[in-house]
Design a protein around this ligand. Structure first.
Ligand code: GLU
Length: 554
């Protein structure tokens, strides 16, 4: 029996050849330098910040080179598949506007290089496996899990390298006849690659991020097709898919780097060119308790999973900027010089990615985000805030829908200026800093944050006099302040801060103490955005109502 006959025995129904697939998936017709990249998650968990970094880098590489960004669902580990993980991937890519050019979802295939779901590519993988068997570069292996365990135990005990190689690869030299006999007898088998590598020789390759890397050559006969579901292993699917989908650059986690010698050997067995690799760094964080730098953890750190950013209401573009800031050391400078450019025009450079790890820091994200939100138009911020509330907080949603105009006016205070206020790091932080603008919120327990002036009668008389005799909704801010100073002086406060400092015993307090009283009665807080604007929004009636509440509750 020949190896070709053995291949036919194992795959009697595979009639296509590799040449057929080469025709079906021809080289892509793209401009010079265009990069074809993919985000290839396994749906074995929910998207985390490391996945997000891969997706963003891929998107940048494709868009800035007029290339292609495609999504491939790597679902070959069906036992570990998590329900909802695929939907979440599509949700996140859409939510962050990282929509792939090619993908497959809910029965729809977009792009000519699909299927883009590995479990639907069985026939393709089997054609490729069949070819390797036919040329003697792959073979059925009948080792049982127990036998493999014994080998491992022996290797561990005798301090040998672990794995199926050399003499441990007991089935690699079975003749096609012997193999066929065992298959016909119903023995279970996997298909292993027949390595020609030599562990004592060096394999050198250039990773675009990590630089020149040296490993021993691969000499392991790794499984390329599993028994049972007959799905390919990651290594094999990577080689077949990235070849047929014409990937030029593979961006993937650093944990795959030591597999490159194997992948190289697989590509070579088919006579294919290897894509370029960008092995990304780990995402690190400073542990808040110990202060040490450690790997970010899905278990310990809520910010590790992508749910976090949406629930908190971080603006989409702030999250992307934060990710690029840790991914590329020159991103911040680029952003400073190009404040209004879309992120994907950033020329991501694999060399400017720290090989040792990317330090993620929520304070950094908060800063980026505060800055970003401070530059939004109040109307747009309102809309984002509303969208956020719709899915995350019904009470807030109802309230800000009801008081749309007032909410926009409030959000507009000290905005649209050279130095806008930077109050909000995300949409969920708006309500805790604006609740007092809604009368409905005033019927709960209140804490009045008065500072120097705390005497109830004094406070009451300031507010009463002011609201009855001084306040006029038509006043400009200057007129408004002149009147406040007038009343303050009349009541024994010093309107000039310098004079007050020179002789503070002579007065009840300063103009600042005086306005603090007004601010606290109207908002309960001693620090708020511009009081004049707040008063304009509240208007006389609601201010009188707040004075009445103060009388009752303070
Ligand atoms: N499915 C692999 C993973 O999620 C992808 C690695 C790759 O991008 O090739 O780790």
């Amino acid at each position: 029996m020949t190896t070709q006959e053995l291949a036919d025995l194992i795959f009697p129904n595979i009639t296509k050849t590799i040449a057929d697939y080469e025709k079906e998936y021809p080289a892509r017709n793209l401009p010079e330098g265009a990069k074809v990249v993919r985000y290839a998650p396994s749906p074995t968990g929910f998207m985390h910040i490391g996945n997000m970094m891969s997706a963003v880098i891929n998107y940048c590489l494709a868009k800035s080179s007029n290339g292609i960004f495609f999504l491939r669902n790597e679902d070959t580990d069906q036992a570990r598949t998590v329900e909802g993980a695929v939907d979440f991937i599509h949700h996140i890519l859409n939510y962050y506007h990282l929509t792939p050019d090619e993908y497959e979802y809910q029965g729809k295939i977009v792009g000519n290089y699909g299927p883009y779901i590995q479990s639907e590519r069985m026939e393709i993988y089997h054609t490729f496996v069949k070819y390797l068997i036919s040329i003697g570069r792959a073979y059925p292996c009948f080792l049982t899990p127990e036998e493999i365990n014994e080998i491992r135990e022996y290797q561990t005990k005798s301090k040998k390298r672990i794995g199926i190689y050399g003499k441990y690869a007991k089935c690699r030299d079975l003749t096609p006849d012997e193999a066929a006999k065992r298959i016909k007898a119903g023995e279970k088998f996997v298909i292993r690659f027949k390595s020609e590598g030599d562990f004592n020789r060096k394999f050198i390759f250039e990773d675009l991020t990590q630089g020149k890397i040296e490993f021993p050559e691969n000499d392991l006969d790794v499984p390329i097709m599993k028994s049972g579901d007959l799905l390919p292993t990651y290594h094999f699917a990577h080689v077949v898919d990235d070849h047929l989908m014409r990937t030029t650059h593979v961006v993937r986690g650093g944990e795959w780097m030591s597999s490159v010698p194997l992948h190289y050997e697989l590509f070579k067995a088919f006579g294919y060119k290897m894509p370029k690799y960008i092995h990304t760094s780990l995402i690190l964080k400073k542990d808040s308790e110990t202060g040490t730098i450690r790997k970010i953890s899905k278990r310990k750190d809520p910010e590790a999973l992508m749910f976090f950013y949406e629930e908190k209401g971080y603006p989409v573009m702030a999250v992307i900027d934060a990710v690029l800031t840790i991914a590329n050391s020159n991103f911040e400078e680029w952003r400073t010089n190009n404040p209004d450019k879309p992120f994907y025009e950033f020329p991501f450079s694999p060399k400017k990615m720290s090989p040792s790890g990317a330090l993620f820091d929520l304070d950094k994200l908060d800063n980026i985000s505060k800055n970003y939100i401070s530059k939004m138009r109040a109307q747009d911020l309102y809309q984002e805030y509303l969208n956020w509330a719709k899915t995350n907080n019904e009470d807030i949603y109802n309230l800000i829908s009801k008081y749309k105009e007032d909410t926009i006016k409030f959000l507009n205070i000290e905005r649209e200026s050279k130095k806008p206020r930077k109050d909000y790091e995300n949409y969920s932080s708006i309500f805790p800093k604006s609740w007092y603008m809604y009368d409905e919120e005033w019927n709960k327990d209140l804490t009045y944050e008065f500072l120097k002036i705390t005497n109830k009668e004094e406070i009451e008389s300031i507010m009463k006099d002011y609201l009855t005799n001084y306040y006029n909704a038509k006043d400009t801010q200057d007129e408004w302040f002149t009147k406040i100073k007038e009343l303050a002086t009349k009541m024994g406060y010093q309107a000039d801060m310098k004079l007050y400092k020179e002789n503070h015993d002579a007065y009840k307090g300063s103009i600042a103490d005086f306005t603090t009283v007004m601010r606290v009665v109207l908002t309960t807080l001693n620090m708020t955005p511009n009081l004049y604007d707040i008063m304009q929004i509240l208007g006389p009636e609601r201010m009188l109502k707040r004075l009445a509440i103060f009388k009752e509750k303070y």
